[in-house]
Structures are given as structure tokens and as C-alpha cells.
Ligand binder design. Structure first.
Ligand code: BES
Ligand code: ZN
Length: 633
């Protein structure tokens, strides 16, 4: 057969194939997506990474629990792109002791005046032949990335504990670095900790406590500073399969491992959809309860709150989320914090896809419906609070704490946009795009403009109907939710709405009780979140008597239920709220509960009393937020 005939037959084959809707999975050949690079301007870093950039870190540290300090030596290998004579690093509260070039050549430096948000730029004099810059330094007692826990503040109450939380701009409080997500480096570390403790980092990790207290780490894949992480304490490891496992305090290990049995299949599902997991090992570290976030996607070692250990695996979508960051965020990284929706929106979308693959569409649709409702309520609140401009996907954070951009918008509006794209162009095509996107841009930065260019080039350009129905720029650059936004919905929630209505109309709880014996955590959350905000004390007492919601041990249900009770001043339950707030330091739960308490006079008295007791247990990330809500001095 000659070439002409072969081509003709191939075309016929493709055409009939596509007509039958059986398009091949990856539609865009990898080689077709070019890497667009762009100059990074980071409003939250003083570092001069466009002139001299750090490439590798050799970190030697001693963790001193008595003084609550890390004493360290950071040796940076640099690449001087512009014959610059100064290297500028971000620092915040670090005591700098000395700086050397190429190992042994002492050099001069200035620590510029401090900025409350962004810290003190460390300006180091370098020379043409400078290959490495070594900084000897100590952290301060107030380092906001670090939480030093007494034994009493841990789960097992047997040994002290330290963990870091670097995102967004807190790495500079424990490491002089170019502290923006647009700079990547590899690292080695040697960390000296008290004997009997284990040290873990976002790197290749030990699985056992050793006798020396000295641990070595290696991270050969370049990561940005916000993914630098360290945890030190009494911890043990349990493998789940050959490349995933769980670390926790000994008393939490069995429960944690049981909760995460599905982790290996989550990883498989993720890889089937969006390409190989690129980081080798994937472990989860279950931290003491004061961890201020739900989870943090530190490479190779997700940090997680123990509040997801519900005993019934009902909150493990959080691990799917952090796992998904191994692609969206850790491989393809937002170029600066105004672009955070590129990390979080893609990750929520990917999280839901993992959960759908694992548990089915109805399950993932319950997750999506819950967050949809949260988003709608948050958008209303942001409008009322004059924060409407922050409901754009791309936010203006110049001169502001990147924390201010950390609303539900980049997460859930971001998710809805990606779901909208999927629904508009079709799942196969969209998955093909994402696959290519993750592999092409792995270990690169992404920003909104580059992303729009890619979406237009590969999914939109030749099809005006798609462009018209998407309204991409409105989604990204305008506040609020566009009218074409998808609305997640599930029969299981609609059925609950019906039962709730009947109960509230007729006062007869039997049907709710009968149905609820089969409810999952997500159905409970939908039920609680959709009760009238001003429901009043009697129905709450009726519910509590029948279903003991106040005694729930599921942190999500507790938080939702307590909030509703507080708003309705159902004060009998306040001692339970107190116990919860003293124990748990996860900011997502603290903020709405303290806010609700502060709305009434009696509530405010409780809030102040509770906060006084609880504040010393909280991580700086959490107490800096709650300080704005509850008077505490
Ligand atoms: N990377 C974020 C946490 C984060 C974002 C910390 C920005 C500091 C600044 C993490 O992946 C995350 O989103 N965690 C969520 C859980 C998730 C299931 C929505 C959290 O902690 O609540
Ligand atoms: Zn996230």
C-alpha cells in the first residue's frame, strides 16, 4: 500500500472512531505543548532571584527544645545570572551570626530594617567567583513557622514535639531563603535532635528512631521554600504498601494507619488519570492536634491534622487533596501567591476526581455540594464585609499578607471553573489536556496569563461556541460567581432537605431519625448546615436528645453542630465547645466558633475564658487569626 492510501485509511479510521465517541485518551501529543517561561515578580519576597538565584541548600541544624531555637548553618549554592554583587535573601526574626563565601571566606552583609509582614532582607556581598554562600544563624522564639509543643500538648503526652508550617511566607522565619514559590532548589540536611526523637523532613525520610539523634536527609527534586518542612518528636512509622505509609505518635499510629488504608489505591487512581507520581514515596504524618491546617502537601510527607481520624474513613478526602498537590502545586507551581488558585483550584478539582474514582460519583458529588454551599455563603459574607474584590480568582495581594487571599474562592470557585471547562469540552479532552499540562510544566512555575494562553490554544481557540459558553476571563478577572457556574447536586441531599422540611413543619422527628441511622458524615453535615440559622433552642435540644450530636467524635460534625448551637445560644453545650477549642488548633474550626461566640454577651464571656486557656496551645498561624476576633490581653 502506498503512503497516500495509508494516510487516507488512517483519516477514515480516526473520523469513524471519533464519531463513535471513542476518542483516544490523551488527545494532545506531549511534544505539542511548549514551555512558556516568564519573569517572576513576587510581591511577597524581597529576594533578588531574577539576578542571583539559589539552586541547592546544604542545611546543618541543631534543634534545641530547651531554648526553643533552631541553630543552623545554611550553605546555598547559587547561580549568578547577572554578575550581581549582592545576594538578597528573605529572613524574618533570624539572628544572623556570620556569612561566608565559598566555604571559608568571611563576607560583609546587612540585615535591612524590618517589615512587619515580609521581614528583614538579608543583603550579602558576593563576588564573581562566588559559588556558595554560607549563613550561620539562629531562629527566634517567635518564629511563626515553628510550633514547639510541650509533652502535655501532644497526643501521647510523653515527649516534646516541633513542627514547621512554611506556606505561605513563613519559611523565612526558620531559614534565610529566597522565599517565593517561583524559586526552586534541591536540598540535603543533617539535623541533630534530642536522643529518643525522630526527625522527618519533606525529603527521603528515616523510618526508625536512631541512637545518635542525628538524621540525614536528601531531596533531589527541586522544590520551592514553602515546601520545606521539619517535624521532630516521638513518632513511629507503619507502611501501607511499598511506597506509602503513615507516621504518627505511637498512640495514634494504629488508628491512623487504619484510617488511611485506601491511600495506595488513591495513588493508583491519581496516576491513572494524570500521570506518574513523581516523588517516589508518599507518606502522611499525623500531627498533634494543634496543627493549624487540615493538611499541608510537604513533598513525600503530607502533614495532616488528627481531626481527620474519624474512625470511619469519612474524612480522608483531605488526604486525596494533599496527594493531588503532588501534581498541582508541587510539580506545577503557582508563580506567586496572587496565583494561588492555580495550586488550590486544580487541587480541589483533582481531589474530587480521585474521590469519584475511588467511591463513585454520588460520593464526590456530596463533597462538591458541601463546598458549593460553603462558597455561596462565603461569597455573600465577603460581599457584606467589603471583600468583594477578593472574590476574583486572580487576587491583588500587593502589600498584603498572602493569608488574606486564603479564602474559599481560590479553592471552590477555582474548582467550579475547572469543572465548567470539563463539562464544556468533555472529560476526555480535558483529561488529555491536564495530563500534558502536568508533565510539560513539571518543576515549572505557572501563572494565570500563561494558563489562559494554554487553555485557549488547546481547548478553546478553534471553537467559538466553547469560548462563548465558558467566559473564561469573566471567571478569572471578575468578582463573584458567573451565571454559567455548574451547580453540584445529589439526590441524597435533596432527600435530606425533604425530611428536614417535614420535621420542621410537623415537629415529628421519627422519619429523620430513621433515615439518619444510614447517613454518612457528609449527609450529617448537609443536614446540620441546612437547618435554619435561627432554628431556636427547642429543636436543637430535641435533636440532641435523639441523636447525641453534642457527643459526636467527628470533628467536622462537632464544628458544624457547635456553631449552630452557639448562634442559637444553646448554652448547655458550651462546656463541650470549650473542650473542643482547647484541644484542637485547626484554624478552619476555630475561626467560625469564636466568631459565633463573640456574637452574644454570654458567648463573649465564654470566648474570652476559653481563649485564655487555649491560646498557649495554638500555633502562631491560628492565634494570629483568633487574636483579631477575641480580646485576650
Ligand atoms: N496548601 C494548603 C494549606 C495552605 C494554603 C497553608 C495556603 C498555608 C497557605 C493545603 O493543601 C490545604 O488546602 N489544606 C486544606 C484542606 C483541604 C482539603 C481544603 C486545609 O488545611 O483546610
Ligand atoms: Zn490545598
Amino acid at each position: 500500500m502506498n503512503l497516500k492510501w495509508t494516510l487516507l485509511l488512517a483519516c477514515c479510521f480516526i473520523m469513524t472512531h471519533c464519531k463513535n465517541g471513542q476518542e483516544p485518551k490523551t488527545l494532545i501529543p506531549l511534544s505539542d505543548m511548549a514551555i512558556h517561561t516568564f519573569e517572576i515578580k513576587d510581591p511577597h519576597s524581597n529576594a533578588n532571584f531574577n539576578e542571583v538565584v539559589v539552586k541547592h541548600l546544604d542545611w546543618k541544624a541543631e534543634v534545641d527544645f530547651d531554648q526553643k531555637k533552631i541553630k543552623a548553618r545554611a550553605e546555598w549554592t547559587i547561580e549568578n545570572k547577572t554578575e550581581a554583587t549582592k545576594l538578597i535573601l528573605d529572613t524574618k526574626g533570624l539572628a544572623i551570626e556570620s556569612v561566608y563565601l565559598n566555604g571559608d571566606q568571611e563576607t560583609t552583609y546587612t540585615l535591612l530594617d524590618g517589615d512587619k509582614l515580609f521581614g528583614q532582607p538579608l543583603v550579602i556581598d558576593i563576588q564573581n567567583n562566588t559559588k556558595t554562600v554560607t549563613i550561620q544563624y539562629q531562629t527566634s522564639e517567635h518564629a511563626a513557622a515553628l510550633q514547639w509543643l510541650s509533652p502535655q500538648q501532644t497526643h501521647d503526652k510523653e515527649a516534646a514535639f516541633l513542627f514547621t508550617q512554611s506556606q505561605a511566607i513563613l519559611a523565612r522565619t526558620w531559614l534565610p531563603c529566597q522565599d517565593g514559590p517561583g524559586v526552586r532548589f534541591t536540598y540535603n540536611a543533617e539535623v541533630n535532635v534530642p536522643k529518643g526523637m525522630l526527625a522527618l523532613m519533606s525529603a527521603v525520610n528515616p523510618v526508625k528512631t536512631n541512637e545518635t539523634g542525628i538524621y540525614s536527609f536528601q531531596m533531589d527534586q527541586a522544590i520551592p521554600s514553602y515546601l520545606m518542612a521539619l517535624a521532630v518528636g516521638r513518632m513511629e512509622y507503619q507502611a501501607l504498601d511499598h511506597h506509602s505509609g503513615v507516621y504518627a505518635e505511637p498512640g495514634m499510629l494504629a488508628k491512623s494507619a487504619a484510617e488511611f488504608v485506601d491511600l495506595p489505591s488513591m495513588i493508583n487512581k491519581a496516576e491513572e488519570m494524570y500521570g506518574p507520581y513523581r516523588w517516589g514515596q508518599y507518606d502522611v504524618l499525623v500531627l498533634p492536634p494543634s496543627f493549624p491546617f487540615g493538611g499541608m502537601e510537604n513533598p513525600r510527607l503530607t502533614f495532616a491534622t488528627p481531626t481527620i481520624i474519624a474512625g470511619d474513613q469519612s474524612l480522608v478526602s483531605l488526604v486525596a487533596h494533599e496527594l493531588a498537590h503532588s501534581w498541582s502545586g508541587n510539580l506545577v507551581t503557582n508563580s506567586d501567591w496572587e496565583e494561588i488558585w492555580i495550586n488550590e483550584g486544580f487541587t480541589v478539582y483533582f481531589e474530587h476526581r480521585i474521590m469519584e474514582a475511588l467511591k463513585g460519583r454520588e460520593y464526590s458529588e456530596m463533597l462538591a455540594s458541601l463546598t458549593y454551599q460553603e462558597l455561596i455563603e462565603e461569597l455573600d459574607a465577603m460581599k457584606a464585609d467589603g471583600q468583594w474584590a477578593d472574590t476574583k480568582l486572580k487576587v491583588d495581594l500587593v502589600g498584603r499578607d498572602p493569608d488574606e487571599g486564603l479564602t474559599g474562592v481560590p479553592y471552590n470557585k477555582g474548582y467550579l471553573l475547572l469543572r465548567k471547562i470539563e463539562e464544556t469540552v468533555g472529560r476526555d479532552k480535558w483529561d488529555g489536556f491536564l495530563n500534558t499540562y502536568f508533565s510539560t510544566y513539571a518543576f515549572h512555575s505557572m501563572n494565570t496569563e500563561t494558563l489562559i494562553g494554554l487553555l485557549e490554544e488547546f481547548l478553546i481557540s478553534e471553537n467559538k461556541a466553547i469560548a462563548d459558553s465558558l467566559q473564561l476571563r469573566q471567571w478569572i478577572y471578575e468578582p463573584g460567581l458567573p451565571s454559567n457556574a455548574p451547580v453540584p447536586s445529589t439526590q441524597r441531599f435533596l432527600a435530606i432537605d425533604e425530611l428536614t422540611k417535614q420535621w420542621l413543619d410537623k415537629g415529628e422527628l421519627t422519619q429523620v431519625m430513621k433515615a439518619s441511622s444510614q447517613w454518612t458524615t457528609h449527609e450529617w453535615l448537609h443536614f446540620i448546615n441546612n437547618l435554619p440559622k435561627d432554628i431556636g433552642i427547642d429543636p436543637l435540644m430535641q435533636l440532641d436528645a435523639a441523636m447525641a450530636l453534642t457527643q459526636s467524635t467527628n470533628a467536622e460534625i462537632q464544628a458544624a453542630w457547635y456553631q449552630l448551637c452557639i448562634v442559637n445560644q444553646y448554652e448547655e453545650i458550651y462546656p463541650y465547645v470549650e473542650e473542643f477549642l482547647v484541644e484542637v488548633g485547626r484554624r478552619k474550626f476555630l475561626t467560625p466558633l469564636y466568631k459565633a461566640l463573640m456574637q452574644s454577651e454570654t458567648g463573649a464571656v465564654w470566648a474570652e475564658k476559653i481563649y485564655k486557656q487555649a491560646r498557649p496551645n495554638y500555633h502562631p498561624v491560628s492565634y494570629q487569626t483568633i487574636d483579631q476576633i477575641v480580646p485576650w490581653k
